[in-house]
Design a protein around this ligand. Structure first.
Ligand code: NAD
Length: 475
């Protein structure tokens, strides 16, 4: 169903979209599939709702958002099952997403009360100068399938907390989770028009969101290619933009690192969500003298990972989202082999007699080199190459040799080196001996072609506020 102006709706055409479980290939549901007319209506209703929503106090918005966070938690198991069924991640990871996704809502409920302005010292005594912060207006939000709950709440919660209203377009493979979140908005009693959900063809809905002058802000998480298009399309109406785009994370292991911790860290940053996370490790750089031992240990651990249907409690790695994703992963592996890469484990599709999904064996490639595609492109799957390096300067140069700049990881027991790496790595997120740097409090966002702006943390709400300068002549 669509959700427009506080009502659950079918599309005007009656068109629907079938939703499939990527682990089994089975159809699990179908949802209303709309186009630009419904999107335009949703924008207009969001604009109407903005006129009253912006007049509410932070306290009032906080109370409603707290209810939403509670409702997500109360319905957590049902939403987690939905996440796993529609995009495949292990149920244990889907439950973790319930925690992170609801935490974002609670965090921004609190931040709604802390939208401060500034008083500016004036150059003359008869003037009073101020900077006030106000909600920007209607927000068009477009989200990916890989974190179908937390990518939605990490955008909508700060927007609502700031006093904005929203039209969301979720990814076509994961609308069911978005619908569940909107049920929580509905039950919490958000005024009609404040949040709206449209599901339909990406280009058509995207074109309406980016061209409609009533939309004042576009917030997007997804691939760099689509992000660039949305930036271009938003230029004509000069919208504010936030872009959370692709990544190509380096994972650097120095000779003085705690080897076992580094291996564990590499496993978790690579194979979480089956490698389909923007901050997933995509390239491992290991100091030459410890590279063989590291590779053996990593492959041994990767071989132990339990691959299967995410609904099984013991599954650690689920299916890829679709056949196209599997083909890309396999092409990176084949290309690596053609460039003299050695497969330490995996390297091929995985078949199950009772599952019709896109499974790929967790794969570690040794003797990687810069001629391989995987050295430059985001793989978005359970494959990792191991490169070697001789010096700190060399690895910094290699790690930074990409247009991406989202997340980087570094393992060392030398504090000074850790600090130098923090300074030199051109990435928006750096984990030093920490494979899981992201928490609700983190300002999440990339440098270079990985994005613009921050989500989460105290910075997240700023993306939905405008600063207005006011000068009062006292007389
Ligand atoms: P995608 O860019 O294909 O799709 C993302 C969203 O954009 C979907 O809702 C899709 O329907 C929509 N979309 C596609 N074409 C569009 C168009 N022309 N106009 C408007 N909307 C359009 O990406 P994906 O495959 O869903 O997600 C994977 C990508 O997302 C990876 O590159 C990953 O790194 C990135 N990602 C980034 C972050 C981050 O925070 N930086 C988080 C998660 C995923």
């Amino acid at each position: 169903m669509l959700y427009i102006n506080g009502e659950w709706r079918h599309s005007l055409s009656g068109n629907t979209l079938d939703i499939y479980n990527p682990a089994t290939g089975e159809k699990i549901s179908n949802v209303a599939y709309c186009g630009k007319e419904e999107t335009r209506e949703a924008i207009e209703k969001a604009h109407d709702a903005f006129q009253t929503w912006k007049q509410t106090t932070g306290q009032e918005r906080a109370q409603l958002l707290k209810k939403v966070a509670d409702l997500i938690r109360e319905n957590g198991e049902e939403i987690a099952q939905t996440i796993t069924k529609e995009m495949g991640k292990p149920i244990t990871e889907a439950r973790r997403e319930i925690i992170s996704g609801s935490n974002y809502v609670e965090w921004f409920a609190e931040e709604a009360k802390r939208i401060y302005g500034e008083t500016i010292p004036a150059p003359q005594i008869d003037k009073h100068l101020m900077l006030v912060q106000q909600p920007i207006g209607v927000v068009g939000a477009i989200t990916p399938w890989n974190y179908p709950l937390s990518m939605v709440t990490r955008k909508i919660a700060p927007a609502l907390a700031a006093g904005c209203t929203v039209v969301l377009k979720p990814a076509p493979s994961t609308p069911l989770t978005a619908i569940k979140v909107f049920e929580c908005f509905y039950k919490a009693g958000l005024p009609k028009g404040v949040v709206n959900l449209v599901i339909g063809p990406a280009e058509e809905i995207g074109a309406e969101l980016t061209s409609n002058p009533l939309v004042r802000k576009i917030t997007f998480t997804g691939s760099t290619t689509v992000g660039k298009k949305l930036i271009r399309d938003s230029a004509d109406t000069v919208k504010k933009i936030s872009m959370e785009l692709g990544g190509h994370a380096p994972f650097i292991v120095f000779e003085d690192a705690n080897m076992d911790a580094a291996v564990e860290g590499a496993i978790s940053t690579k194979f979480v969500n089956n490698g389909q996370t923007c901050i997933c490790t995509n390239r491992i750089y290991v100091a030459e003298e410890i590279a063989e031992e590291f590779g053996e240990k990593l492959a041994a651990k990767a071989l132990q990972l339990i691959v299967g249907n995410g609904l099984n409690e013991s599954t650690q790695v689920g299916p890829l989202i679709n056949e196209q994703a599997l083909k890309k992963v396999d092409s990176h592996v084949k290309d690596a082999i053609a460039h003299n890469g050695e497969i330490l484990c995996g390297g091929e599709r995985m078949e199950f007699s009772n599952l019709n999904g896109c499974f790929y064996k967790p794969t570690v490639i040794n003797h990687a080199n810069d001629r391989m595609k995987i050295a430059q492109e985001e793989t978005f799957g359970p494959v990792v190459p191991i490169f070697t390096f001789k010096s700190e300067g060399e690895v910094i140069e290699k790690a930074n040799n990409t247009n991406y700049g989202l997340a980087a990881y570094c393992y060392t027991s030398d504090l000074g080196r850790g600090l130098r790496m923090m300074r030199e790595l051109d990435y928006g997120i750096v984990g030093i001996n920490d494979p899981a740097p992201i928490v609700t409090q983190s300002p999440f966002g990339g440098l270079k072609e990985s994005g613009i702006g921050k989500e989460g943390g105290k910075q997240g709400i700023q993306e939905y506020l405008e600063k207005k300068f006011v000068s009062i002549l006292i007389g």
